[in-house]
Design a binder for this molecule. Structure first.
Ligand SMILES: [Zn+2]
Ligand SMILES: [Zn+2]
Ligand SMILES: [Zn+2]
Length: 116
């Protein structure tokens, strides 16, 4: 029998580790916490260089929260620029409008993805 991996999900639930490297909170090394979230970020201004145009990372709650704060800050900057220039900022690669944090930042709990 080929090992599909699917059969093993029940026995190896979500042992995926956080893929974050570089938070001050965990000393700039690889984070040792168990990942709880799948974060998908549009690779703004370089999406054609990245498969699918997005960067995907599995993160623990702490690292996800830290990045979510950065994403919110970035989203606010984009809104400020939109107000200043009267038009939305676009990704220079694909031309997608970057209006608001949700335009480039997406988080899903792994529990949802695994159906738990
Ligand atoms: Zn981290
Ligand atoms: Zn982490
Ligand atoms: Zn793009």
């Amino acid at each position: 029998m080929a090992d599909s991996g699917i059969d093993h999900l029940d026995f190896e639930p979500a042992k995926l580790l956080c893929e974050c490297v570089g938070c001050p909170g965990h000393g700039g090394d690889q984070c040792a916490a168990v990942a709880g979230f799948r974060v998908v970020v549009h690779a703004v201004n370089r999406c054609s260089q990245v498969e699918g145009g997005t960067v995907v990372a599995l993160l623990c709650a702490a690292c996800m929260t830290r990045r979510a704060r950065q994403a919110l800050d970035y989203g606010r900057q984009l809104e400020d620029l939109r107000e200043r220039y009267g038009r939305p900022v676009v990704c220079s690669d694909c031309g997608a409008e970057l209006s608001g944090t949700g335009a480039f930042w997406n988080v899903q709990p792994l529990a949802d993805l695994l159906g738990r």
